[in-house]
Design a protein around this ligand. Structure first.
Ligand SMILES: [Zn+2]
Length: 320
């Protein structure tokens, strides 16, 4: 009984090999293309990031050597974001993970510690910023996480990304150093160009009224006061009393405009506008600012530089 089965198996195997050979011959071009593309993909460093601000940063420093998957796209609020099972897989299967830290990704819990223990290289881009450059939120050692709207602090984040890439891929260190120094030059010029634009806003109007406190670092470096309905995180309800108190202040100080954020519902800012108008001051909504997310990939505002420029232009137009 055994022999015929074996013989049959040999015949089947022979047929499979024959068919495969014919198939391979007929599809030679396709076959070679597939091998080439999977080869070049496997050479790239697989990186998973959280917010799209960080995705843009890593792509600038990593260039062609990296394949970056960002968990959060434009319009996504990182304070409230809970990772799905597929997000966890993307974090676990990455060569390197870059996240913001300082509790920005507040609902992601200990996941970064966990995957770090499992062997993935995990970097918080905020980790090199000295405590004296961070803004305190309380006396318990919590700091404001919105570091990216201070260009100089974002330059420190860029250096952390370069260090992470060099550590993982020392052979290409020179390339990452070159990308870093080119990007730092770009950020320096972004800073100096935009600082000049602000000159057209009077001192009394240098106030940013937004839904949540995402612009403290921006205010600190550009000389704006920030008045927000919610605190540093969106993870709290905005009360009627807060809105009324803020409306009083805006109407007394005759602040010209309020700003909506792209990653937060405009409802609270619209309620504030109505409350100010009830007090007889004709405040307007000055436009949309990118706060915790930058724009859609492939658009000008889908880069940090483009989003920063959009914010400054929107603020200057509304408050000058
Ligand atoms: Zn925020």
């Amino acid at each position: 009984m055994k022999k015929p089965i074996l013989a049959g198996s040999i015949i089947i195997v022979a047929i499979i090999i024959g068919v495969s050979a014919i198939f391979a011959q007929n599809n030679d071009d396709v076959h070679i293309d597939n091998i080439e593309s999977s080869d070049s993909d496997s050479e790239k460093i697989i990186i998973t990031t959280t917010t799209n601000v960080i995705t843009d940063l890593v792509e600038n420093i990593g260039g062609d050597n990296v394949s970056v998957t960002g968990l959060m796209g434009s319009g996504v609020d990182p304070h409230l974001y809970r990772p799905s099972a597929s997000d966890v897989k993307k974090l676990q299967s990455a060569d390197i993970v870059f996240y913001n830290g300082l509790d920005l990704e507040g609902k992601m819990g200990d996941i970064f510690v966990k995957i770090g223990r499992e062997g993935t290289a995990v970097w918080a881009v905020s980790e090199n910023i000295p405590p004296e450059s961070l803004l305190s939120l309380d006396t318990d050692g919590h700091f404001d996480p919105h570091i990216w709207w201070d260009v100089e602090l974002w330059m420190e984040a860029a250096k952390v990304v370069a260090t992470g890439l060099k550590e993982h891929d020392p052979e290409n260190s020179e390339k990452y150093e070159k990308n870093l120094s080119e990007y730092l030059i770009q950020l320096e010029s972004l800073n100096s160009i935009n600082l000049k634009k602000i000159d057209s806003i009077s001192q009394e109007q240098r106030v940013l009224v937004t839904a949540h406190d995402a612009f403290q670092y921006f205010g600190h470096s550009y000389g704006f006061e920030e008045l927000a309905i919610q605190g540093w995180s969106t993870d709290s309800e905005a009360g009627i009393r807060e809105i009324q108190n803020l409306a009083d202040e805006i109407s007394k100080r005759k602040i010209k405009a309020l700003f909506v954020e792209t990653s937060i519902s405009p409802a609270t800012i619209e309620a504030l506008k109505a409350a100010v108008q009830d007090k007889g001051h004709d405040v307007v909504i000055g436009g949309e600012l990118f706060s915790d997310a930058i724009g859609e990939k492939g658009t000008t505002e889908g880069t940090y530089v483009g989003a920063f420029t959009h914010n400054i232009d929107t603020i200057v137009k509304a408050l000058k």
